[in-house]
Design a binder for this molecule. Structure first.
Ligand code: PEP
Ligand code: MG
Length: 565
């Protein structure tokens, strides 16, 4: 009875955000605490340190406790979660942060103000750098809150332990919060901030928890309010009819059980084979991906193994990592390795050009080899070595290829080493010249993330341009269609390895356009496999035609949903 009264009091509202992980759930909201009680902060303002050195010592002690806390938590988890926690520990111990705190203390600022100034200084720098670095701003703010909590003597903010399965709601979830989530108790993740590539989104995908980010108004939902979350539509509703909401959640749970049982390989309802492949970053993610029903790796982002390297790894060091990935998949499956895509949103210390005015249009990907061919040659030597030692079929492709001459030169180097050569289609010029690209290479792989960014002239990291950075834009689909047509004419494989491949509805459209393989985060493979199994090739072709004809992404999705059911 009490529960029913709660439902009635809830205002009926539907909030919208960016869909990240599909799934419909209904449960009580659990609010993550991100603020330190104001009274504790005011009380701390009365504390007077003897001098700047004493204040710095208090900072050091608090920062060390926070860093040790992250390190201790990292020991209990693995994969992306452990990396996130270790990175947070490193940031809490960061000498640069400490030296700005010291400078501000010496200038007479009180300790909490000095800490805030230092954090804002680095937050500004990270934001300016953009890309992955901009995503680290939420880590910095998390560290500030935790250090502040220790200084003022209250518990660190964070995610309360759910007593019942709940929808976790937060303004912004710090990586250290998401890293330790228990999927059995967290029904869904909803944040007011963040984009599709935020830490919250990455961890939600890894854990398979329905997730919506960037939900305006999420902060107004009360603790304990019952919310209906639709991770595919990106909606968060309060005041829903409880019976209807429960029925939707139950139907979705049943569907997810069907998905969980899917074993592959992927075939349409009329038995057309589509290769489903995994996107991996390094040896641990490759090992984790081997359990997914995939026929290999469609995108091994080699640069992600070197994010923390100051110097270029030797050929032997590289070969060991590449062999680890190849052997994880073993003979019988194949791996498409991408050469270093350093620059822009992926800063790699030993490769990225510093100080570019517009890094997304600058020297990134294959362009790094223009004035430093040795970097590419050594990586190809390492890939050759790994392929020979493992005996696993290895394809190699270059990122950010813009001209046929670049493709031909790259293919020559790859084939000289006995490997199969391809290029990514991420720049509109490569899509427009796909037929001539295919005269030079053995396969193409469309990177829809960058292809969308460059077609729509919209930064892929800009959350306020999400309607443009959407692969459902008809202009992007036209370029995919052009590329796939060229592949069919040349009888060579054309895959998609950008995020678009992970969307089950879009996967049907891509197959209808003539795409022969789809590579995605391992968690997305089963939903895509199930979706393809429910449609025929003709259905996919009709869906593709409808999507191409639509005026915008929303209309394209609606038209395809109508056709495919
Ligand atoms: C892409 O651009 O779609 C792609 C797969 O490459 P990345 O996301 O690593 O830039
Ligand atoms: Mg790319």
């Amino acid at each position: 009875m009490i529960v029913v009264t709660e439902f009635l009091r809830e205002t009926k509202r539907e909030l919208h955000g960016t869909p990240v992980v599909p799934g419909v759930v209904y449960g009580p909201a659990l609010l993550a605490r991100s603020e330190i009680p104001a009274a504790a902060i005011e009380a701390f303002a009365e504390v007077v340190h003897d001098d700047a050195a004493a204040a710095l010592a208090a900072y050091d002690a608090a920062a060390a406790v926070v860093a040790d806390g992250f390190t201790a938590k990292a020991l209990h988890v693995s994969g992306a979660a452990a990396e996130v926690l270790s990175a947070s520990a490193g940031l809490a111990r960061d000498k640069g942060l400490r030296s700005v705190v010291r400078r501000q203390l010496a200038a007479g600022e009180p300790l909490l103000r000095a800490l805030h100034t230092a954090v804002e200084h680095f937050a500004g720098l990270f934001t300016q750098m953009g890309g992955l670095m901009a995503e680290r701003v939420s880590d910095l703010h998390d560290i500030e809150r935790r250090i502040t909590a220790h200084l003022v003597g209250v518990a660190e903010p964070g995610v309360p332990t759910p007593l019942v399965p709940s929808v976790l709601l937060a303004k912004d979830l710090a990586p250290s919060d998401t890293a330790l989530l228990d999927p059995a108790m967290v029904l869904a993740l909803v944040t007011g901030k963040g984009g599709p590539t935020s830490h919250t989104a990455i961890i939600a995908r890894q854990l398979g928890i329905p997730c919506v980010v960037g939900v305006a108004g999420a902060g107004e939902i009360g603790d304990g309010a019952w919310v209906l979350v639709d991770g595919a539509a990106g909606t968060v509703s309060t005041g829903a009819d409880p019976d209807g909401a429960r029925a939707r959640a139950a139907a979705d749970a049943e569907e997810r059980a069907v998905v969980a049982r899917w074993r592959g390989p992927a075939r349409t309802a009329d038995d057309v084979a589509i290769k489903l492949l995994a996107n991996v970053a390094d040896v641990p993610t490759a090992e984790a991906a081997t359990g997914a029903p995939v026929e290999g790796v469609g995108l091994f982002r080699t640069e992600l193994s070197f994010l923390n390297r100051a110097d270029e790894p030797t050929v032997e060091e590289q070969a060991e990592i590449y062999r680890g990935v190849l052997e994880a998949f073993g003979v019988g499956r194949y791996v498409v390795a991408r050469t270093l895509d350093a620059g822009s949103d992926k800063p790699i210390a030993f490769a990225t050009h510093q100080g570019e005015e517009n890094p997304a249009l600058g020297v990134r990907g294959l362009r790094l080899s223009f004035d430093n061919p040795g970097l590419l040659d050594r990586q190809l030597d390492a890939l050759q070595l790994a392929a020979e030692q493992s005996g696993v079929e290895t394809w190699v492709m270059a990122p950010m290829v813009a001209t046929v001459a670049e493709a031909a030169q790259f293919a020559g180097k790859v084939r000289d080493r006995g490997l199969r050569a391809g290029v990514m289609v991420e720049v509109p010029s490569a899509a427009l010249l796909a037929d001539r690209m295919l005269e030079a290479v053995d396969f193409l792989s469309i990177g829809t993330n960058d292809l969308t960014q460059y077609t729509m002239a919209a930064d892929r990291m800009a959350t306020n341009l999400a309607h443009l950075t959407d692969a459902w834009q008809p202009a992007v689909l036209q370029l995919v269609a052009t590329t796939a047509r060229a592949g069919a004419a040349a009888d060579k494989p054309v895959g998609v390895c950008g995020e678009a491949a992970a969307d089950p509805l879009m996967a049907c459209v891509l197959v209808g356009l003539g795409i022969t393989s789809l590579s995605m985060a391992p968690a997305a493979v089963r939903p895509v496999g199930v979706a393809l199994g429910r449609v025929s090739l003709d259905d996919c072709r009709a869906a593709a035609a409808a999507a191409l004809d639509a005026a915008d992404p929303a209309a394209a999705r609606a038209a395809v949903r109508d056709l495919l059911g």
